[in-house]
Design a protein around this ligand. Structure first.
Ligand SMILES: Cc1cc2nc3c(=O)[nH]c(=O)nc-3n(C[C@H](O)[C@H](O)[C@H](O)COP(=O)(O)OP(=O)(O)OC[C@H]3O[C@@H](n4cnc5c(N)ncnc54)[C@H](O)[C@@H]3O)c2cc1C
Length: 503
């Protein structure tokens, strides 16, 4: 680090993004190489939502060497095998499907699933719903944790649900134990050097703090990158209509589920996320299609809370990304760099990816434009790759109960990559080859694309399918069922696994 002349780094913002950054930077650049200070406003607070994750969060805790038994009970965390999408499709037999995280054993069953999917795309009446083919769908169905017995030697990608406020507190403790300094104060002014770099920040109590490098983790406010350095924000509102959410909890039930459920409602969708002490629910909707009051009433009705005094939290969302997230001596991480709505719970994955990519690029090239530019480009492509997969959920819906769903389906503002993937599906070309050609297979894999497109039932209508004759090589479903059932026997009840961590 010294070779780049960096001695002091200020991370502005103490939400999950700020404390994740503090921990990863302290691990890689601590040991006296740099002084890391995290400054956060006690008055503004954190967004305090974000309870679902992707397997990248497991990588994060693994990188820091933090055991599940250490952090999960402190954060009321549970395991997540994937997401069930309910009521996004009205096609008979496809009213719900499961989007699994991967496991090495899928190699076997995915081949069989894909073979049937291709046949059905060609108009042959074979079974092509994803759930039956994936072990993690079976684990979710039976409320099992994705922790295999020792004699079942396969790799699993799984994720977690957690209380985001408690995760922040846990990470704060950890970062401070590893030398990160913590200052409370609200930034009221930012001073620049002549070359436009940030020189210092001034807090409300007039304390001035200078540093060589600044990390903007101030959430949607983006105090440094957008407000001070005037970096432009590109809205995704033409692609993704949702811009608000209303959230409220209900008590947890026995046999805690090990999946997120995302159910489509009249003007958006609602998450159901199980923690050890409660369910979190949040209706993510488009404020152009329904008011906050209407959304809250719809959610309360669904949860049986119409006459209850359980408080509802209303949250605005700014969906899009900044033009460049590293500019001058400032990188923005978390909601300050952009946000794609929470349908696939990808925000903390962005946080981790951005920090890792930034530290790599920075160590390699310091302030050289070459590495800054390629870093910014990679992060932007990441945003767009993930955005397109999220848009696909809306574009392929078949609901007719509101203008919201019809407009989503008819929306022509989709990227050329997404259009190519849809053309590829309907023209029955290889999805793998198209993902490779477009270089987008690292955002969502062919398993994800097949699960979504098949799970939504995007095949010819049932009465136009032809019965398979003897020459059709279709998957042996009895074999698949037996194989998945035998694999499932290697896992324990979710609740039993969580109980092991309780002190
Ligand atoms: C409805 C909704 C649902 C979501 N669901 C998920 C999910 O399931 N999974 C997921 O991964 N993500 C989810 N997210 C995103 C997730 O909440 C965020 O990515 C995560 O919480 C990180 O937020 P942050 O740290 O960037 O911002 P924040 O939590 O908003 O933190 C901002 C920090 O900056 C500080 N600050 C701001 N201004 C100043 C100032 N002037 N001076 C000093 N300090 C300042 C604040 O005090 C605070 O500490 C969701 C988001 C929304 C809106």
């Amino acid at each position: 680090m010294d070779k780049h002349g960096i001695k002091d780094i200020i991370i502005l913002g103490g939400g999950t993004a700020g404390w994740m950054t503090a921990n990863l930077m302290a691990k890689r650049w601590g040991n006296g190489q740099v002084n890391i200070t995290l400054v956060e406003s006690p008055d503004i607070g954190i967004i305090g939502v974000g309870e679902g994750s992707t397997p990248k969060l497991k990588d994060f805790f693994d990188t820091l060497g933090i055991e599940e038994s250490e952090w999960m009970p402190e954060c009321n965390a549970t395991y997540k095998n994937g997401i069930t999408f309910k009521d996004w499709s009205t096609i008979p037999g496809f009213d719900e499907y499961f989007h699994p995280f991967g496991c090495t054993i899928d190699v076997l069953t995915f081949k069989l699933f894909k073979a049937n999917v291709v046949l059905r795309r060609k108009g042959i009446d074979v079974y092509a719903h994803p759930n039956r083919f994936f072990l993690m769908a079976s684990l979710s169905d039976k409320k099992l944790a994705p922790i295999a017995h020792e004699n079942f030697p396969f790799q699993f990608d799984y994720a977690y649900h957690f209380d985001s406020v408690l995760v922040g507190k846990f990470l704060q403790k950890r970062a401070m134990a590893n030398g990160v300094k913590h200052i409370e104060g609200t930034v009221k002014d930012v001073q620049l050097h002549e070359n436009g770099d940030i020189a210092s920040i001034t807090l409300a109590d007039n304390q001035s703090l200078s540093a060589d490098f600044f990390v903007d983790c101030t959430g949607f406010a983006s105090v440094l990158l957008q407000r001070t350095l005037k970096v432009a924000f590109r809205s995704f509102s033409e692609n993704l209509f949702n811009d608000a959410a209303v959230a409220m909890p209900t008590p947890i039930t026995a046999n805690i589920p090990s999946q997120t459920i995302s159910t489509a409602l009249a003007n958006g969708w609602v998450w159901e996320i199980p923690l050890t002490n409660r369910f979190g629910h949040g209706y993510v909707y488009s404020s152009s299609h329904c008011s906050a009051d209407e959304a809250e009433t719809e959610l309360r009705t669904r949860l049986g809370l119409l006459d209850s005094d359980v408080e509802a939290r209303h949250i605005g969302m700014r969906v899009g990304r900044v033009d460049k997230c590293w500019v001058k001596n400032c990188v923005s991480i978390g909601l300050s760099q952009g946000f794609i709505e929470p349908l696939e719970a990808t925000a903390l994955q962005f946080v981790h990816t951005t920090i890792e990519e930034f530290m790599g690029a920075f160590e390699f090239g310091g302030f050289s434009n070459e590495h800054q530019d390629s870093f910014n480009q990679r992060i932007n492509l990441n945003f767009e790759g993930i955005r397109d997969y999220i848009v696909l959920h809306y574009k392929t819906n078949s609901r007719n109960d509101s203008e919201y769903w019809r407009e989503n389906r008819e929306n022509t503002h989709i990227s050329s990559n997404l259009q190519s993937m849809l053309d590829c599906w309907y023209e029955v070309h290889s999805l793998e080859e198209e993902l490779q050609r477009l270089k987008i297979g690292n955002y969502y894999t062919t398993i994800s694309w097949n699960c979504l497109l098949a799970g939504m039932g995007l095949f010819a209508p049932q009465d136009q399918l032809t019965a398979p004759d003897d020459r059709v090589m279709q998957a042996d479903l009895d074999y698949v069922d037996d194989f998945v059932a035998r694999c499932t026997m290697n896992f324990d009840a979710h609740e039993k696994v969580l109980a092991r961590y309780q002190k």
